[in-house]
Ligand binder design. Structure first.
Ligand SMILES: *[C@@H]1O[C@H](CO)[C@@H](O)[C@H](O)[C@H]1NC(C)=O
Ligand SMILES: *[C@@H]1O[C@H](CO)[C@@H](O)[C@H](O)[C@H]1NC(C)=O
Length: 512
């Protein structure tokens, strides 16, 4: 009897705990870069699949209706970023990217706020349990969430941005914190440390004055009581960050920053017939090349392109190359080119010996997922930091586009094609997969956790400390004042005694 009651209670607890209570979740992902949607899309779909009522604002609506899932589509309202960036790197290209981020972030804020279906959300006072939004180039949607009175979960499809670290209380120290837009990883040279201090401040100032301020003005046209966006940023309940220590290294994160790297990788599908034939008939396997969806490979300088083709011609491997043009110079027979390649399915094939990549985080993630060694050639955005992580983790070697030559590239290929190197990459891939729960389950768990435990504060105290206290400037001032006072006192006393002594001596000599 007793055992029975106990059993019922346990059963009841399990049922109650696992009760699928439907959450109303709003996803706001208005960045027009397709690769970002490759992370958010499967996540929102999974939430819907698990019974939650999901609404998503984005440029990438579902092609077919999905149960529990409603799109507020921005499709057609701005240009999708495919094949837009040129293949070159310099300080100027970093400045260009920063200006692009500002323009795209503030423009999307205006676009979203002017959208009738979005306006209906607050006009009809739709109730949401959670707002999930990207932490990238706009805080506009924190204002929207504030108006809807919903707690916010942030999510990224990249390493955390330099301007978002302080709001979560994440330590930024140029001596060892890899910097998103620059080389050097976790072991920067003195020059690289100076570089990242300058760019860290540049990006933070730019974000504050040219993203947040403009978004605040946009929001003020619709709402009259929105707190400063940085303040709302500090109220974000949780951040799901697209990285994993197996590749990016071990970080100091507060309890509300959760690693979900790997979430987007799906089971491979069968390859198209001709591609499968090309890969499987290769005696020594293949090298796969892609510079991602945003870069236009045909903008590559001809001497660099020739260097790549010449290096590849000296390898026994065949090559599969995502290339936007009809032909390559010289029409090399060993190279299969196509505008579109099912990358996940290709990388999953055991004949793929190496991956020559721009090191977008999703490509890099797929490479470690399948244990494919990389030659990493970063171009823009977060690619330098990913490429540094590739080298530090042992997933591959970097080559910088500015130093690209036939000999150098060939040496990198030889290094990653080495059987011992490959074995180590396979081992690394095992570490990547060795987790208590999958990246998707992790993301879903913590999302539901926030809804279940609305009153719990997970954010770090460091997020809410004023700068002068965080850097101990007040303590330093107290010490400085104290030391100055003591020095002054000692000086005064010394001169006082000296004077006394002189007087005494004077008196003595007078007496004599
Ligand atoms: C699902 O969300 C929509 C908002 O997009 C809302 O109108 C609808 O009432 C919600 N459905 C349920 C069952 O809560
Ligand atoms: C959260 O805290 C508030 C005020 O302290 C309280 O009124 C409310 O019931 C709490 N909610 C939950 C879900 O614990």
């Amino acid at each position: 009897m007793e055992v029975n009651t106990c059993f019922t209670r346990v059963l009841l607890t399990i049922v109650l705990f696992n009760k699928v209570y439907t959450l109303n979740i709003l996803g706001v992902f208005p960045f027009e870069g397709k690769s970002h949607s490759f992370v958010f899309n499967p996540f929102m779909l999974e939430l819907a699949k698990r019974g939650h009522n999901v609404t998503v604002i984005s440029h990438f609506p579902q092609k077919k209706p999905v149960q529990n899932y409603r799109d507020i589509s921005l499709a057609g309202k701005s240009k999708i970023l495919v094949d837009v960036f040129s293949l070159y790197r310099s300080y100027w290209s970093i400045i260009e990217i920063s200006l692009f981020l500002v323009n795209s972030g503030t423009a999307n804020c205006k676009l979203v706020m002017a959208d009738e279906n979005v306006q209906n959300l607050w006009k009809t006072q739709t109730k949401f349990d959670l707002v999930v939004t990207e932490q990238f180039n706009s805080d506009c949607y924190l204002g929207l969430a504030h108006k809807l009175k919903a707690p916010v979960i942030g999510i990224t499809s990249h390493k955390i941005m330099p301007w978002h670290m302080s709001r979560f209380g994440i330590v930024y120290n140029p001596s060892h914190t890899a910097f998103t837009f620059l080389e050097g990883g976790t072991k920067p040279t003195l020059y690289q440390r100076i570089e990242r201090v300058i760019f860290h401040n540049y990006f933070n100032i730019l974000y504050k004055y040219f993203c947040q301020r403009i978004d605040e003005e946009t929001l003020a046209q619709y709402f009259d009581d929105v707190p400063p966006l940085e303040e709302l940023g500090r109220d974000i309940k949780l951040l799901l960050v697209y990285q994993n220590f197996a590749m990016m290294g071990s970080h100091i994160f507060p309890s509300n920053v959760i690693e979900i790297g790997g979430l987007h990788v799906v089971k491979p599908k069968p390859l198209p017939k001709d591609l499968k034939k090309f890969i499987e008939e290769s005696e020594h396997g293949i090298v796969y090349i892609s510079f991602g969806s945003m870069l236009k490979a045909v903008t590559m300088p001809t001497d660099k392109l020739q260097a790549i083709i010449d290096a590849l011609s000296l390898l026994p491997q065949r090559v599969v190359w995502k290339w936007e043009d009809q032909t390559l110079p010289g029409n090399p027979k060993n190279i299969y080119i196509s505008k579109w390649i099912p990358q996940n399915d290709v990388l999953a094939h055991p004949n793929v010996m190496a991956f020559y990549s721009h090191c977008g985080l999703l490509s890099t993630t797929e490479a470690i997922n399948y244990g494919v060694p990389m030659v990493a050639m970063p171009i823009f955005g977060d690619q330098p930091v990913n490429a540094a992580a590739v080298e530090e983790s042992g997933l591959g070697y970097q080559i910088q586009i500015n130093e690209l030559s036939k000999e150098k590239l060939l040496a990198k290929f030889k290094a990653v094609l080495d059987p011992t190197f490959r074995e180590n990459v396979k081992r690394l891939s095992k570490v990547w997969h060795d987790r208590p729960i999958s990246a998707m389950d992790t993301a879903i768990f913590w999302t539901e956790f926030v809804a279940r435990n609305k009153n719990i504060t997970l954010s770090a105290a460091a997020a809410n400390v004023p700068y002068y206290q965080y850097w101990c400037l007040d303590i330093l001032s107290v010490f400085v004042i104290f030391i100055l006072t003591i020095t002054f006192l000692i000086k005064y006393l010394l001169s006082f005694f000296k004077r006394n002594k002189r007087h005494a001596m004077n008196r003595k000599s007078k007496k004599e």
